[in-house]
Write a protein that binds this ligand. Structure first.
Ligand code: GLA
Ligand code: ZN
Length: 646
């Protein structure tokens, strides 16, 4: 098990490295991540490769018995490359080219960039393939982050037309499936097809979905090409990973495809960043960790664990004493089994002088150093349980096409897929149940409950698998707009919503309404009134029974239904409901199931892990208040690993 820091020796006087490494060792460090932005240092001039700096650094690291994760430096190309080949720079929707400075301004489609990336990666990885201290390569850094997943350049345009040509047998099929007859947009040839740059009103929804698919295709083509280059040149003992950033549902690439053949998933865990005045809520941090675990359905690394306040030009919230330590504990609870903190020492120069690390600019071992040191000491004895696999009875399914479709047409001004997924996740998280978050293509047979937020696009294959799940006694929860679209992002014709899901839902949607900003409506459940926002499906019962109805002009319509179907049950939630009602409905949804519910006060997360039939509980207090649990007082941001809850 590794605990370490992100270390940038190239940022400091080299005579500081020995003391740095000694202090790291004293803190409990046994791994450092280095190199991921140091392309110019390794290739100061085109074709002149020089690894002498890192040769020296690695020698010193090894002397301290510390291992290394080495980052390939393709996220930050040298100025000489941009100067010689400006075509590598990505382009904005308005035609503006990105300029050198910042990072990740490259176009994933650029053959020039792919070629230079190949060369530096081949040279670097070959140089260190026999270095036993390097146990893993991190390829690039946070693919697609900070808006780098989008480019509107001519390279991308021509490649997109090729992508379409490969996908559709001929232009007639594309016209038919796109419905280009609408507004006279029929194409005679693929070379007439635009990329959805700025236009008047809006582009064709099928074109926009294919463009989103293409963005994922070209980014993952670059990423997987880089993975394969590293695999071809690395040592047998060296693993390959890349680090996902947060905000994955806002990224234009399929993470499942990207991570498929990596040795393990890595994540950058920032519960708060930039100008945010407060952290993400505990359930959303938990959801992000479950998403990362879901990529390989296995334990994962956190290679950037937040410790200090972070921001580029604007800094935000200061993690309270022990709060960042608690977030680290939560990350371990949800499946992280190797952790690296960002960063050893905050840099004084460059764009991240306000991204505070463990050591601040005074270069002293302060509060954060002691917190990490305590944490490593506390977690080391729990190595076995930390490496145990997590088993969940509940899974949330997502599909990238569906997420893309919602990004293209959000239908309600207040709609946000991530928010709606967290809203569905939260009540089950609050019961301290383990939850998997996986693509809808995965096997679902091992679960008892499947939650599927806003699944507009349903193909027959998925529908049949859901049928089978119900046949086997499973329970499914759909939320609004389920089943309305086909795989071309078009509305199903001559079908009553929820279309192919209608029989299992046992109700039909007769009317729909988008509830915009500040608009909410009331719904009634067990004679209590609650709020509903964002959207509403007005449901008419068929074989289902009503759980919740609208408490306004549409009082004769249902909002939430329950339907016995085959050997299972199907719930349909026709609006975005407040947390209290979602808590009550979740009780109903899991009624009669043998699940390990643990009641705890708000903000007290209890995460169960099992090893050799023994249960362990990771207790994290997410609040700045003392909380009471089973007669025990849990201090603000306190963490505990308990063998039993007493
Ligand atoms: C990201 C990047 C790091 C650094 C940190 C700052 O996660 O991977 O290089 O920019 O954020 O918080
Ligand atoms: Zn491009």
């Amino acid at each position: 098990m590794y605990f370490g820091v992100d270390y940038y020796p190239e940022h400091w006087d080299i005579d500081m490295i020995d003391e740095d490494l000694t202090r790291m060792k004293e803190m409990g460090v046994n791994i450092v991540r280095i190199g991921e932005f140091a392309w110019h240092l390794m290739e100061p001039k085109e074709g002149e490769y020089d690894f002498s700096f890192f040769d020296m650094v690695i020698k010193k690291i090894k002397k301290n018995n510390i291992k290394i994760m080495f980052g390939t430096p393709t996220a930050t190309f040298p100025a000489w490359l941009a100067n010689k080949h400006p075509d590598i720079l990505s382009e904005e929707i308005d035609g503006n080219k990105k300029v050198f400075g910042g990072r990740r301004q490259y176009c994933y489609t650029s053959k020039t960039y792919r070629d230079y990336s190949r060369k530096i990666s081949e040279k670097l990885v070959s140089h260190y393939k026999d270095e036993e201290a390097i146990i893993s390569w991190q390829v690039d850094n946070e693919f697609g982050h900070e808006g780098s997943d989008m480019c509107y350049c001519d390279n991308c345009h021509m490649d997109f037309q090729k992508f379409l040509k490969n996908k559709y047998k001929n232009i007639d099929e594309l016209n038919e499936r796109y419905g280009t007859i609408f507004w006279g947009q029929t194409y005679n040839d693929f070379n007439e097809i635009p990329i959805p740059k700025i236009t008047i009103t809006t582009h064709n929804p099928s074109l926009r979905l294919d463009w989103s698919r293409y963005r994922s295709f070209t980014l993952n083509r670059y990423a997987i090409e880089q993975f394969n280059i590293v695999k071809a040149h690395k040592g047998e003992h060296q693993k390959v990973t890349t680090n996902a950033s947060g905000g994955f549902f806002n990224k234009y690439f399929d993470h499942d495809e990207q991570f498929k053949d990596l040795d393990f998933a890595s994540y950058d865990n920032y519960p708060v960043w930039g100008g945010l005045v407060e952290p993400m809520p505990p359930e959303e941090i938990a959801m992000t960790l479950d998403f990362i675990r879901g990529l390989k359905d296995d334990n994962f690394w956190i290679v950037e664990q937040l410790m200090g306040a972070q921001g580029h030009d604007v800094i935000g919230y200061l993690p309270r004493p022990n709060q960042a330590k608690m977030w680290a504990h939560q990350g371990i609870a949800h499946g992280c089994n190797n952790m690296i903190w960002f960063r050893w020492r905050g840099m004084t120069k460059g764009a991240e002088q306000f991204c505070f690390g463990i050591i601040d600019h005074d270069n002293k071992n302060g509060r954060k150093y002691k917190e990490v040191q305590e944490f490593i000491r506390y977690m080391k004895p729990h190595k076995e349980i930390i490496n145990s696999k997590i088993k969940s009875d509940i899974a949330i399914l997502y599909s990238y096409d569906n997420v893309r479709s919602w990004r293209i047409q959000k239908q309600s001004s207040t709609y946000n897929f991530n928010d709606e997924l967290v809203k569905l996740y939260r009540p089950f998280y609050r019961k301290n149940l383990n939850i998997d978050l996986i693509p809808s293509s995965r096997d679902i047979s091992k679960y008892k409950v499947i939650l599927i937020p806003n699944l507009m696009i349903v193909d027959d294959q998925l529908k049949n698998r859901l049928d089978k799940f119900l046949e086997d006694g499973g329970r499914i929860v759909f939320t609004y707009r389920a089943g309305i679209k086909d795989i071309d992002n078009n509305i199903n014709f001559k079908e009553t919503i929820p279309c192919s899901l209608r029989e299992m839902v046992g109700a039909r949607v007769e009317e729909i309404e988008s509830l915009g900003e500040e608009i909410s409506t009331e719904v009634r459940y067990n004679n209590e009134i609650f709020k509903a926002k964002v959207w509403r499906d007005l449901l008419k019962l068929e074989t289902a029974k009503e759980l919740v109805n609208y408490n306004d002009f549409y009082r004769n319509y249902s909002c939430v239904t329950e339907n016995k179907f085959k050997n299972g049950k199907v719930y349909y939630i026709g609006s975005s409901l407040d947390n209290k009602l979602m808590d009550l409905l979740s009780d109903k949804i899991i009624e009669g199931l043998d699940l390990d519910i643990i009641d705890s006060p708000e903000n007290l997360e209890i995460y169960k892990r099992t090893l050799n039939n023994e249960d362990y509980f990771f207790i994290s207090n997410h609040s700045d208040k003392e909380l009471e649990f089973k007669g025990n007082k849990i201090k603000p941001y306190e963490i505990k690993v308990e063998k039993r809850l007493c």
